[in-house]
Design a protein around this ligand. Structure first.
Ligand SMILES: *Cc1c(COP(=O)(O)O)cnc(C)c1O
Length: 346
């Protein structure tokens, strides 16, 4: 017999579909709207996104984040170009080479960065490391907002990055798997955090904010999305039932549901951090600025926690563990986790 899995904090993609989103999917079942995105819902969702970002951007719906990142990067590069990112970037560590594959060979240039963030000096260094014909030409800076380590780029940091990017002729791509969490954390508008600081393209995740699936690729710099619809189709990312992706986005955009979901996730991360940081065997690895908490502790203790049926990632090196909170993370379940942690760790 299959036993259902209790709520976990391994990632925000472990979470369920948000009820408002599910209701939209169900209500769409009464409408035989057109296929391949030629429907009312897809157009309306794209318009709602343009409204949210306060600009006339180009919007494309795809299935997942790997596709959103790699197809948008491919659109910004030629095969002989390169992409500057941190060594912990999802495009480097978790996409099975898809950015290189879809761009026909654009190389990722890795910076150590700091707290998951690229600094202007990293970009300057990698962009100017070589200028000869034998080295792939730097073309794009890829930032993750919020970062893979749960930190957030401030507006000031983004402005400084834009300055170096302009100087070195680089486009800026933003992996927004947790963009909503970053927005809420900084309390700024989507426009302020993107095109107003010179972001060219954003991959905006719905999956990690309460959808069943579905991400959007938003081109603020419309010159960079030439034939992007063909690129999506060729890559197997043109959903014939796109309406079921876009209708979910309508739910997320109505009544600022995205904001409510992200705020809850961030709040729960803070709560967990406050509790955990009082324990003497545990160190918080990075500032908690979004919805993930990274801890450093004894590896044996983490194994013990795993044996209590807690699922979490410990890819961060020996004794490191990550806990991620979602739109629906319950305080009761976090308290259960804290209770087990306290029992094992003190
Ligand atoms: C989750 C995530 C993605 C998207 O991953 P998919 O599994 O391809 O949907 C992209 N970037 C970051 C930083 C992520 O955490």
């Amino acid at each position: 017999m299959y036993e259902k899995i209790k709520e976990q904090f391994a990632s925000d993609n472990y979470s369920q579909i948000c009820p408002e989103v599910l209701d939209k999917i169900v209500s769409l079942n009464g409408d035989n709207a057109q296929a391949y995105g030629d429907d009312y819902y897809t157009k309306y969702a794209a318009d709602k996104l343009r409204e949210l970002f306060e600009c006339d951007c180009e919007v494309f719906f795809v299935f997942n984040g790997t596709a959103a990142n790699s197809l948008s990067l491919a659109s910004l590069c030629n095969s002989y170009h390169s992409i500057i990112c941190t060594e912990v970037a999802h495009i480097e560590t978790d996409e099975c080479g898809a950015p290189e594959f879809f761009s026909n060979g654009s190389k990722l240039l890795l910076a150590k960065g700091k707290n998951g963030k690229l600094r202007p000096c990293d970009i300057e260094e990698l962009a100017n490391k070589r200028s000869d014909i034998h080295y792939p030409k730097p073309k794009v800076v890829s930032l993750t907002q919020a970062t893979e380590l749960g930190t957030v780029y401030t507006i000031e940091e983004l402005k400084a990055i834009k300055k170096v990017a302009v100087k070195n002729n680089l486009h800026i791509h933003m992996d927004g798997a947790r963009f909503s969490n970053a927005l809420v954390s900084l309390n700024v508008s989507p426009a302020e955090l993107t095109w107003k600081v010179g972001i060219d393209v954003l991959c905006f995740s719905g999956t990690k904010n309460g959808l069943a699936l579905g991400e959007v690729v938003i081109f603020f710099n419309k010159k960079l999305c030439k034939d992007f619809d063909y690129r999506c189709k060729q890559a197997g990312q043109l959903a014939s039932k796109m309406k079921f992706i876009s209708v979910q986005w309508i739910a997320l955009l109505e009544n600022n549901l995205w904001k409510k979901n992200a705020s809850h996730a961030n709040r729960m991360a803070k709560y967990f951090e406050q509790e955990v940081k009082q324990m003497k065997n545990i160190k918080i690895k990075c500032k908690v600025q979004a919805n993930s908490v990274f801890i450093q502790t004894d590896e044996q203790l983490l194994d013990e926690l795993k044996s209590k049926n807690w699922i979490f990632y410990s890819f961060i090196g020996a004794g490191g563990a990550r806990f991620v909170f979602s739109w629906n993370s319950s305080k009761e379940r976090i308290d259960e986790l804290l209770k087990d942690i306290k029992r094992i760790f003190t």
